[in-house]
Ligand binder design. Sequence first.
Ligand SMILES: [Zn+2]
Length: 288
Amino acid sequence: MIDGGYYLIGCVFSFMLGSVISSFLNVVAWRVPRGESVVSPPSHCPKCSSPIKWYQNIPIISYLALRGKCANCKERISPRYLTVEIVGALLFLAVFIRLISSEMPLATFVIYLIVMWIWVSLMIVGSLIDFDHKLLPDFVTVGGMVLGVVFSAIFTVMNFFPGAPNEELFRKFFPSLFSISGLCVGFGLLGLVRLLGSMAFKREAMGMGDVFLMGAVGAIFGPVAAIFTIVASSLFGSIVGVALVALSKTKFGRYFEIPYGPFICLGCLVWMFAGNEIVQMYLKLLTP
Ligand SMILES: [Zn+2]
């Protein structure tokens, strides 16, 4: 679609933009649940309150240059900031590479790219907040659903993260319906799991935010993606949950304290980058 030089520039730009956006998402994840403004006051050291100058606020590079310490008081800054910046940069890059390999007109490509970058950003900030506070804010979950439904009303839903082959016609002629059915499948299935789980364990098995988030995954990527993400995320969640219970020798009840949102995001990412390949492989296994 584009030649080597532009491809390289696109890669570098995606990586840099991803690191800048995730640096900002770190701030959002810290401030929004605390009811603080995301723009003022400007970034400052939480210990000595000295303002962080612009050249000390360059994603990834500043953290490494300052060796993870405040330039003024040498207070240690959590390596989480660096991790989020690197992961965000790599995800933006990965989305760019995945989309550029498809043969679509430039304008369509740019729009898809932006929508996917927004979705990746919502997943990053949602995972961070869920991890810290065990809640998923509406701007992530409802925002994701709106993103999926509105976008599919204008364009055919996410062709470049395709699902099962028989989805293609459905997707082509009923894009909005495709998105809304995905929303219903994601929301409905996980809602059912939540209901049954709460009845079986006599306590809330997961938050309503998780159910909304799964609705967003379905709205953006369709019904097959929703089912795939539920299976993948519960698999990841179980592995990590069992490992944590085994390692820490804590009671099984603590299993419920692990936030589920980050696993939904992980499952969705697997769908975005390998879902089609995995579904095709699975279908081949079923049909001799
Ligand atoms: Zn300081």
